[in-house]
Design a protein around this ligand. Sequence first.
Ligand code: TXE
Length: 487
Amino acid sequence: MATTSKSILIKNYINGSFQNPTSNQWIDNINPSNGEVYGQIPNSNKIDVEQAYLAAKSSFPKWSQTSLEQRSKILLAIADLLESNLDLFAKAESKDNGKPLELAKTIDIPRAASNFRFFANAITQFASESHESVGHSAINYTLRQAIGVVGCISPWNLPLYLFTWKIAPAIAAGNCVVAKPSEVTPITAYLLGKICNDAGLPKGVLNIVHGLGNTTGQAIIEHPNIKAISFTGGTKTGAHIAKIAAPMFKKLSLELGGKNPNIIFADCDYEAMLNSTIRSSFANQGQICLCGSRIFVEASIYNTFKNDFIARVKQLKVGHPSEKDTNIGALVSKPHLKNVMQYIDSAKKDHNATILCGGKQVVIKNYENGYYLEPTVIEVNTNQCKINQEEIFGPVVSIMPFNNEDEVLQMANDTPYGLSATLWTNNLQRTMRFTNELQAGIVWVNTWLMRDLRTPFGGVKHSGVGREGGFEALRFFTETKNVCIKY
Ligand code: TXE
C-alpha cells in the first residue's frame, strides 16, 4: 500500500498492476471516526475505464476457457488469503466505513471470504438442462456461457462483503470484470487486488477502478461493450442506471433500498425477538438495506415492548469503532449523517411522530469531528408519515401498535419498497398467510439476517430487479443458448 507522509494513496488495479488515474485527479478519503482525511483515491475517467475494459476483453478468451476446476482453485486461494489477512482487512474496513472493528472481523471480512469459497464450489456444480424431443429424433441442450466483460458497482455500507458478492460469481462463471467500489469506502477493494495477484488470478480478469459515481460509475454503465451491470445502491441511482442501460440492452441486476417491516405478535418468543430486534434495528449503524426499520407490535404487548426495547436501546454504547465494547460506530460520512439528522428533525415537527429516545449527535472525546449519532426510536401513529415511507439508512427505527392481522399486513405492504420482512409469531396459519402475502423478496420468520448463500437474494417494487445468490447469480452472469440437434 503506497503511503505518502500523511496519507494512503490507493490506485486503480488494471491488468494486474496498480496505476494512477490518467487525469491525475484524486479525491480525499475520510476516516468517519474522526473526520480526518487519511488518504486519496483516484477519480477515474472514461480513459481509465476503457483501459480496464481492454484488459478485461483481452483476458476473456483464455479465462472463459479455463477449466472449472482451475477457476475453483483460484477462488479458493483468494478466500484463504482473505482469511489469513483477516485483521488487516477488518481494520481497513472499520477505518474506512466507521463500523465497529468487531463487526468487520466477525461479519464483513469472513463473508467476503465465504463469497469466494461459495462460488468456487458452486461453479463446479452449475449444470443446465437437456430436453429430448420424443418422436422427432431431436435432442435439445441448454448452454450457459460466459457473457464477456461485465460491470460490478457496489455501495459503502458493507464494502467488501457486497463487492465480492458480485465479483465472485462473475469470474466463477468465466467473465472478466470492471468493478467500482463506492468512493466513500475504497480501501478493502484496493487491498483485494494484491490478494488476487497472490492467488494466481490471471491479470485482466478482475479490474478495479476507483472514483465518483457520476464520473467513473457513469463511464462503466455507458460503455457499449460492458454487457451486464450488477449494481447495489440507492433506488434513485438504480433508476438512473436502468435508464441508461436498458436502451443498450445490457443485462441488469439492481439491489436497491429497503424500508423493511418487523412485525411482532404477542405469541412470539419474546426474549429471542427482543435480542434480534436490537440487532435488526441498529447493526452497522442501521446502514443495512435489510434492517427492520419499521417495527409493528401487537397492541396487547405494545407498552411492555416499548419499555423493554427503549431500556435496551439506552444500553447500547456509541463509541470509537476500534473499541471492543462499541455497539454503534460512526456513520459513514458527514453528508450521510446530515441526511439522517434531517429525518430526525422532520420527526420533531411531525405531529404523527414522537422521539422516545436518542436523536442527538454524540461528541466523543479525542474524536470530536467524528460522525456519531445516538440510536433513535420514534413512535409514530400512522404508517403514512415520512419516517415510515422513506429509507433513512441510519440508526433510526419507528415503532407503532397494531390491532389485527389485516391491519398490520396492509401497513407492512404500504411502502414503495419490497426488500425484506421479519415476522415474529408461533402461529402456523398466520405464518403461512403472511409469508404468502408480504410484498418482499426475503421473509424471515423468528430470525433476522440468517443467510444461506444458495438462496435467491433481492427485492421487489423499488427494492430492485433480479436476484443474486446461488445459481441465480451464475444464471445472471451467463447467457443462455438452446441447441437443438436433429438426428
Ligand atoms: O448509494 P449510491 P450510496 C441506499 C441508502 C443510501 C442510498 C445512497 O438509502 O442512503 O442508497 O447510498 C455508484 N452511475 N443504499 O450513496 O449513490 C456509487 O459511486 C454509476 C442501499 O452508497 O447509489 C457507488 O459505488 N454508478 C444499498 C454505488 O453507485 C453510480 C446500500 C452506490 O452509490 C452512479 C447502500 C452513476 N450515475 C445504499 N451514481 C443496499 N441496497 O444495500 C452513483 N454510483
